[in-house]
Every structure is written in structure tokens, then in C-alpha cells.
Design a protein around this ligand. Structure first.
Ligand code: ARG
Length: 269
């Protein structure tokens, strides 16, 4: 998992609007610093042996560096994201890129935050609704991508995407912040029979869970030493990177990488 990722770049990253509680148009990222931050993330993926595909960002799309929201991909099928109006101009670029590479591209009929709200964990799809994703999308994802969908809800706008509240470490292991989910969702996660690592609200708010793991190496922010230590205790390698500039857009490492290698279901139901 996460051995093949689609990234964009931070050339046009700006805070033109505030569509999540972390964004403030008065606090702009430093372009050079953001470019360096993003390049370091890509370099870490490559060093971990991951294959990187690249789609250049467009000037009219200040959030395009956050490719995770563009779609959810499984096998050769992609369900496109349907983001808030401020980000809609991104979608045609991703649609074209995916179509050119012969993905079967499905248009989302309802609002959908893409992989931001839909984390693959083997044949399970941990999918959130209630913030950026319409509840009706969960059935669409189940039928279009043949996932067994686990419906979750975060506890509020601070966790506007599920990838801020839950991180998939391997198909058998999740990290999550209990305070970032509603009570029913915490019970649901605890009932899955997976190894669970609990993360504090302080580390989660610094985007600790917004990580990319291939099951061997976890690429994550450097603001979460407790989670990093817990991962190393479990035999994982951690690479901790500065994500200060990306955080001004309300995102981190997971948000900048769309997985292209989610394996298709072994037997179609
Ligand atoms: N500024 C972006 C937005 O609010 C950040 C998206 C981060 N992506 C993510 N998968 N959490 O849409």
C-alpha cells in the first residue's frame, strides 16, 4: 500500500479562502519554504522506494498540492472528489490525468472529499460523512469500488477530513484520535479487531495522523514524537518532516499524496 502516489506541487499554494478552521487569509505560506517542504516529502517517498506520479498545479488552484481530495482510486477505477466550490476548478485536471491513464473515472453524485474522507485498509474502506462527504456517498463507494465500507463521523469541523483523525499504518493497524471521532465511531473502530494506536488530541491537531505508511516506513510530521515512538516500538521506521507551511492550509503529508495502488477486490461480489 502507498507504493505508488500521485502528487502535485506547491507552486501556487496560497490561502485565498478559509474552508477549514486552520486556514486564515491573513497568514500566508512562504512560497520558497513550502516548495522545499513539499520537495522533502516527495524525496522521502522516493527514498522509501515509492513510485511517484506528478501532475503540475494550476495557477487558479491554490489548494491543488492537496491531491488526496481529488479522488479515491481502487484498481483501475477512480471516483472523483466533489469538493467545496472554492476547489472545484481542480477536478477537471485530475479527471483528464486519470482518463489519459485509462482509469475508469466515476463522477461523484454528491459532495465527496476523495481519499481525504475515505481511507483504504485492505478490503475495508474507512469512510467519513457529515463534513465534506455526503452520507449517500458511502453506498456509491461500496458499489463502485467494491469496498466493505465502515461508516465513521468525526467530532467536528476541526477534523473536516477523516485523514486528520485516523491514519492507516497497515491493513491490520490503525492510529486514531478518540476525541476526533464521535462516540459511535470510536466503538466501531474498536470493534474491527485491528491493532489500534491512540493519539492525543494535541498531536492529532498538529496533523500527526495525516501520514503515509507503506507498512514498513511511516512518513509523518515531526510534531508528534509520542506517535512516532509508538510506531517505532511496533517495528516501523519513521521519517519525520517539517510541515509548518502546509499546515497553514489545514493539511499535512497524507493530504499531498493520492494512493494509486489500492489493490482491487480479490473476488468480485
Ligand atoms: N486547504 C485544503 C482544504 O481545506 C486542505 C485539504 C487537506 N486535505 C486533506 N486530505 N485533509 O480543502
Amino acid at each position: 500500500m502507498n507504493s505508488e502516489l500521485l502528487v502535485s506541487d506547491a507552486r501556487h499554494f496560497r490561502i485565498d479562502y478559509a474552508i477549514n478552521p486552520y486556514m486564515d487569509t491573513a497568514i500566508q505560506p512562504d512560497t520558497e519554504a513550502t516548495l522545499a517542504e513539499h520537495q522533502a516529502i516527495v524525496a522521502a517517498h522516493l527514498a522509501a522506494g515509492r513510485k511517484i506520479e506528478y501532475l503540475p498545479s494550476a495557477p487558479e488552484c491554490p489548494d491543488m498540492v492537496f491531491t488526496a481530495n481529488a479522488a479515491l482510486i481502487r484498481g483501475d477505477r477512480a471516483v472523483l472528489g466533489s469538493p467545496p466550490p472554492e476547489r472545484r476548478a481542480e477536478i477537471p485536471y485530475f479527471r483528464a490525468w486519470l482518463s489519459e491513464r485509462r482509469y475508469e473515472v466515476v463522477t461523484a453524485p454528491y459532495s465527496f472529499s476523495g481519499q481525504g474522507d475515505a481511507l483504504a485498509c485492505g478490503d475495508l474502506l474507512l469512510a467519513a460523512h457529515g463534513q465534506r462527504t455526503d452520507a449517500r456517498m458511502l453506498d456509491v463507494l461500496a458499489s463502485e469500488l467494491d469496498y466493505e465500507v465502515v461508516a465513521l463521523r468525526t467530532s467536528g469541523a476541526r477534523w473536516y477530513d477523516l485523514d486528520l483523525a485516523v491514519g492507516v499504518i497497515s491493513p491490520g493497524m490503525l492510529a486514531y484520535c478518540p476525541e476526533a471521532l464521535d462516540e459511535g465511531s470510536v466503538r466501531t473502530l474498536r470493534g474491527l479487531g485491528l491493532d489500534l494506536i491512540e493519539v492525543s488530541v494535541e498531536e492529532a491537531a498538529r496533523f500527526a495522523l495525516n501520514l503515509v505508511s507503506d507498512g514498513v516506513t511511516v512518513t509523518m510530521t515531526q510534531g508528534a514524537p509520542v506517535l512516532a515512538a509508538a510506531l517505532r516500538e511496533r517495528g516501523l521506521e519513521t521519517v519525520e518532516l517539517d510541515t509548518t507551511e502546509l499546515a497553514k492550509g489545514g493539511g499535512g503529508i497524507r493530504c499531498t499524496a493520492l494512493a494509486l495502488d489500492n489493490p482491487p477486490a480479490a473476488v468480485r461480489r
